[in-house]
Design a protein around this ligand. Structure first.
Ligand code: BES
Ligand code: MN
Ligand code: ZN
Length: 508
């Protein structure tokens, strides 16, 4: 989708649809929405007499968040349709609500078959947001809300928006709005790139093809990309990655993406993403029902991919490294098994209780590998445990664990700013007691109870000690998919985490 910014009145802008907005409970629209309403009036120029006011008076539109109404303009303005987006209550308004309203409205325009869509900037008027951030949120919501995954369909309707026109009447705000719109496009495209990787079927997206996608993305954006193949992974003694990968005919890869602008700091941020391109459970095989959703077991990896893409695109003036271990977890005659003892890259030995606790095995090596960068802070993202979904709910929030309160707060603030729900859970040492092993240093499962805490503590065992860095672990198992079209979310992959990481790279 092409995004342009124009200095115009929205009611004078030619397009297949124009988008305006309304707070809940407002009876006489003001600002740009008021101007459109007046233009749609029969008794010329009297405020509150137009088609939008009529919609409100009839009670057909109340302005609830994500509510959308379509008004036909009958030749009174150049655009044939006006889409009114509800912003919810004014006192509850946030940047994320601007993003959501934009997503709902733009998706409606797409469903109506619109190709050119003009929108005002949501929230920069009485919403009280800065023009730049409001424009960014408007464009982010628009591009995320209009996202469709159609790669695997041979037949589709051809409904797609080709151009989004961001319209601003106040010339003084224009340069800020242009900057925000540009950033919004970069961020939304990164989220959508992550969604596409997650949605892609596991026979198409596997370690080698994910790594290829990373190389192509790096070549486009100017990131440095290093891909370790199986022999190189073996040279690094990444025992966890090798053990999980050995059951699959598809070899593992370990991707390092680096954004290293001239003069940037010696101590980078390091983002680590779980990249299990399909998780059958291995020998400890999962039930077949819903196993297909394990195509999304690389959502953490996709978030790191998307974040690095945007960080390069935005040319952020700091050093950021992305580490992505990629494996497929399969049962076979060569697969690792319960009872095996694996020597990890760090030298710690792990007794395998269940081959379905594979994510922690590959992340452990990546978290150890991260030490060579002397990180200022590390965040890992992983669809790690069903227990996290039990604790926090599906589609409600991800869980956060950390060894450092200041770093945890920085991550929580970034997530909050982006409307990506994240809730801190405790890293009690008692969880460490539950993964003590009779046979090896530790075991890869502490059992059913407290499964989210024991998995986090397992990871911590590879962070602690010499070279320990501020670390945050995000268990995003409940945040793989959305099962509805709502706001900027569409059915399928959410692309959770991408925006939190970008925000963190800008603020931490
Ligand atoms: N990828 C799964 C976790 C998962 C489950 C993510 C459901 C999203 C939805 C992970 O590899 C896994 O299998 N975890 C096990 C760990 C257990 C065997 C210790 C789990 O949560 O059951
Ligand atoms: Mn598993
Ligand atoms: Zn998994």
């Amino acid at each position: 989708m092409q995004v342009t910014v124009v200095n115009k009145q929205i009611q004078a802008t030619p397009a297949d649809a124009i988008i305006v907005n309304l707070f809940e409970g407002v009876t006489t629209p003001g600002g740009a929405t008021g101007a459109v309403d007046t233009a749609l009036g029969s008794s010329d120029g009297i405020p509150g007499s137009g088609a939008i006011s009529r919609l409100i008076q009839l009670g057909d539109f109340t302005g609830k968040l994500n509510e959308v109404a379509v008004v036909y303009s009958q030749g009174l303005i150049p655009a044939p349709r006006v889409i009114v987006a509800g912003l919810g209550k004014r006192e509850e308004f946030t940047l994320d609500r601007a993003r959501q309203a934009s997503g709902s409205a733009v998706r409606k325009a797409r469903d109506l078959g619109c190709k050119r869509v003009a929108t005002i900037v949501h929230g920069s008027g009485i919403g009280g947001l800065q023009p730049r951030e409001a424009a960014q949120a408007t464009v982010e919501g628009a591009l995320m809300g209009a996202y469709q995954f159609r790669e695997h369909k041979s037949q589709t309707d051809n409904k797609a928006i080709e151009e989004l026109i961001v319209v601003e009447y106040d010339a003084n705000k224009l340069s800020e709005i242009e900057a925000g719109a540009r950033a919004g496009q970069i961020v939304a495209e990164a989220v959508n790139a992550a969604r596409t990787l997650i949605n892609r079927a596991p026979n198409v997206l596997y370690p080698e093809t994910f790594a290829q996608a990373a190389q192509e993305m790096a070549a486009r954006t100017g990131l440095k990309c290093t891909v370790l193949n199986e022999a190189e992974i073996a040279q690094e003694r990444m025992g966890g990655v090798l053990a999980v990968a050995q059951g699959s005919a598809r070899p593992p890869r370990f991707v390092v993406l680096a954004h290293e602008p001239d003069g940037s700091d010696a101590q980078p941020l390091v983002f680590v993403g779980k990249g299990v391109t399909f998780d059958t459970g291995g020998i400890s095989i999962k039930p077949s029902e819903n196993m297909g959703s394990m195509r999304a077991d690389m959502s953490g990896a996709a978030a790191v991919f998307g974040a690095l893409q945007a960080i390069a695109g935005l040319n952020l003036p700091r050093r950021v490294i992305g580490l992505i271990p990629l494996v497929e977890n399969m049962p076979s005659d060569r697969a690792y098994r319960p009872g095996d003892t694996i020597t990890m890259m760090s030298g710690l030995t792990v007794e395998i209780i269940t081959t379905d606790a594979e994510g922690r095995m590959i992340l452990a090596d990546a978290l150890h590998y991260a030490k060579r960068f002397n990180p200022r802070g590390v965040v890992d993202l992983a669809t790690l445990t069903g227990a996290c979904v039990v604790a926090l709910g599906e589609g409600v929030a991800a869980g956060l664990f950390s060894n450092n309160d200041a770093w945890a707060d920085a991550v929580l603030r970034a997530a909050e700013a982006e409307g990506e729900k994240l809730w801190r859970l405790p890293l009690y040492p008692e969880y460490g007691d539950k993964i003590k092993s009779d046979y090896a240093d530790i075991k890869n499962s502490g059992g059913h109870n407290g499964g989210v805490g024991t998995s986090a503590y397992f990871l911590y065992r590879f962070v602690e000690g010499a070279g320990e860095y501020p670390w945050a672990h995000i268990d995003m198992a409940g945040m793989m998919f959305s099962n509805e079209n709502k706001g900027y979310l569409v059915k399928g992959a959410r692309g959770y985490g991408v925006r939190t990481l970008i925000q963190l790279a800008q603020t931490a």
